[in-house]
Design a protein around this ligand. Structure first.
Ligand SMILES: C[S@@+](CC[C@H](N)C(=O)[O-])C[C@H]1O[C@@H](n2cnc3c(N)ncnc32)[C@H](O)[C@@H]1O
Length: 298
């Protein structure tokens, strides 16, 4: 995630774990505003970059940022899960980067509806071609389905009660804004601001975002497929911002590296996830929940 002034997170660690000094192609699966991508092409004149984002607005911003290096950059408005189907020189790939979740650009755009701190429509689509919005889920999904989403993707203790409350409220008026939803959550969870405590709406908004953008759906499958088509010595670096995603990355890497496999595909480079330093968190508060894991194709 990029933070204040769109700072890419763990940037030195990402450059090291990707081993960006080598000549060849680096793939940024989640370009965002192009912070990491820019560092790669700026630091290594022999690197070319292929970048993906499902958010067209982010892609346009990244394109602008990367313009001085346009001859070595190719960008796609696409979900990264389709990368294995592309006709690119997979044998020239040296590094794959995933920096999952939303960017500060998305979070700071109230009209996108990602932030419970800013009033906006209940949208939360990364890809505006997607037909499912937060509004549709909140106003149309059944009580049980809502509860399931809040429990599974938000790990919210009051998931069942919140599902019930939403269904009851929407009978009298449509729930249309981030503020309306935040207030309902605050009521059900008995929210009192407290230092160090996570606002329950953060969990609810995370859950909705994951459901709308199908954020967990193909992560494991993608990691497995891409690992099998990149050349030996290529590095994969993945940053996640919540435990559900981190768990998928950890388990998929472990499975691909398992020594009881007749042919392990990966060597894990990070025994424990790498996290930002206190200095980085002080400069870029949103980096605080980042976890980086890296592996090498063997
Ligand atoms: C945390 S930001 C990346 C920030 C970026 N590394 C930078 O330095 O600016 C994550 C980006 O991934 C995009 N994204 C999320 N899921 C995606 C997917 N399945 N395919 C492509 N892009 C995705 C989001 O739209 C968002 O712009």
């Amino acid at each position: 995630m990029s933070g204040n002034g769109h700072l890419p997170v763990l940037v030195e660690e990402v450059m090291d774990y990707l081993d960006i000094k080598r000549e060849g192609i680096y793939v940024d699966c989640t370009l965002g505003l192009g912070g990491h991508a820019l560092e790669i092409v700026k630091r290594n004149p022999k690197a070319s970059l292929i970048g993906f984002d499902i958010d067209e607005m982010s892609l346009l911003k990244a394109e602008e940022k990367l313009n001085p290096y346009a001859d070595r950059v190719k960008l796609y408005h696409s979900d990264f899960r389709y990368i294995p189907d592309l006709k690119i020189e997979f044998s020239n790939i040296r590094g794959i980067l995933l920096d999952l979740g939303i960017s500060s650009f998305q979070l700071d755009s109230p009209e996108r509806g990602f932030s419970f701190n800013q009033d906006g429509p209940l949208d939360m689509r990364m890809d505006l071609r997607n037909k499912i919005t937060a509004y549709k889920i909140i106003n149309k999904y059944s009580e049980n389905k809502l509860a399931q989403i809040f429990r599974e993707y938000g790990e919210l203790r009051q998931a069942k009660r919140l599902g019930k409350e939403i269904v009851s409220r929407r009978k009298s008026e449509k729930i249309e804004t981030t503020t309306q939803l935040r207030r309902i959550v605050e009521g059900i969870c008995g929210w009192r601001p407290q230092r160090g405590k996570i606002h329950p709406a953060a969990k609810v908004f995370q859950a909705l975002r994951i459901e709308i953008n199908q954020e967990l759906k193909s992560l494991s499958g993608f990691l497995e497929r891409i690992t099998q088509i990149i050349p030996k010595k290529a590095h994969i670096t993945a940053i996640s911002f919540h435990s559900l995603e981190d768990r998928i990355i950890k388990h998929t890497f472990a499975h691909l590296a398992a020594t009881n496999n007749s042919h392990p595909f990966l060597k894990i480079l990070t025994k424990k996830p790498v996290i930002p330093s206190q200095e980085e968190i002080a400069i870029n508060f949103r980096s605080r929940s980042a976890k980086l894991r890296a592996a090498e194709r063997i």
